[in-house]
Design a protein around this ligand. Sequence first.
Ligand SMILES: O=c1[nH]c(=O)c2nc[nH]c2[nH]1
Length: 457
Amino acid sequence: MTLNQVQFAVLGQLFHTPVKGDFEYLPQALVCIDNLGNILSVTTDDDSGFDANIQQLEQAGKLTRLTDSQYLMPGMVDLHVHAPQWPQAGKGLDLPLYDWLQDYTFPLEAKFADNSFAQPMYRSAVETLLANGTTSAVYFATIHNEASVTLAKTCLELGQRGFVGKINMDDASQCPDYYLEDTVQGLADTEQFIQDVLALPGNEQRLVSPVVTPRFVPSCTPQMLKGLGELTTKYKCHVQTHCSESDWARDYSLEHYGKSDVAIYQEMGLLTRKTILAHSIFLSDDDCEAIKATGASIAHCPLSNMYFANAAMKTREILDKDLHVGLGTDISGAPVPSVFHTCLDAVNHSRVREDGTNTHLPAPERGEAGSRISFLESYWMATVGGGLAIDTKVGLFAPEYAFDALIIDTQAPDSDLFVIPELDTPRDRLEKIIALNRRTNVRKVYVQGKQVINKDA
Ligand SMILES: O=c1[nH]c(=O)c2nc[nH]c2[nH]1
């Protein structure tokens, strides 16, 4: 490695989770980033030339030194977020899924026909996620091309790695007439959207990717699903959709197709290595085998599951089967725009499942023994698992990975984090950060080596 190859370097303590369920803490690591924003090297004082490299980088003005309360951590990956629903985050969550969609969500999303309405909403959504440490986000937009391209442009402009889908909804029996597209036109619009995002000026490094996005089985006709499968094959695009997310949604597929969502998506050419299935609560063994065989991924959205799923997620089993799985905030099926919070939700969700809730039953019969997941597993899902799902080298500090990273400061102003060095082991500190990190603690955010947030400027 020569000095010229290094764009900049960060020296300090870092956490990441290369192995699911475990963590690595380096008390003094030097991470060098190349001119394209990828990691060149991660070294420690065990490596020869460590001190000399630091000196050289410092003299060249290329070194950022972290303080004792700062930690370098991978950027968070949000695998499932509805950007147009950001204005209603926190509203209407007392309703079941079908009513929530019809009463709140479809009327709001329909307003994105007006691009001037969309622009400030999308800006606020992307800014908020970035400020909370989300470096990659997989977005549902709406059925409207112009506004969906606006979301992609907003990600590019603000420097977030974005996976953006123009939604498809063409089944008139399930979608209101004011928020419905024609099948043939919807497919043509989707192809145009894919081409427009790929051709966006400034997107040469593909920071933003188009995603084929059938909303879910009830909102699409079989012709639409089939046409979207063909576009997926043609453009080798990512795919995102909702999968077996509630009793009602599961039963709809069984009644109309005689099969599960996973089987329907597979038959339509929509289940690939680059498919992200949000929720996936009611999976059969066959569904899990199909997901594993294709390398598709699951976006676990624990807080939204508590409102809409009618059951607990089988996260323990999904992790044990080694399916690709990451986390999603699912704004606004859940209201909190932080994947750190989603980590805590995932742990809590699994603990309620393990213990059960019916106090009339004896403890051993109340819950599902052995179904808890750990903080470290939830954090792995939010970083490494998310990176696997988007099929992008992010979520880890290792050569050739993109430098998508956060500087977390446990002594940020107005912080809830209270780290006591003489009491807290590295594992304690990481668990505290996962549980208690707030927006204020995320001081700097880097995406593809570019600093996109600096709260200490
Ligand atoms: O949580 C959800 N949010 C949505 O917008 C949606 N649409 C279909 N199914 C959905 N679930």
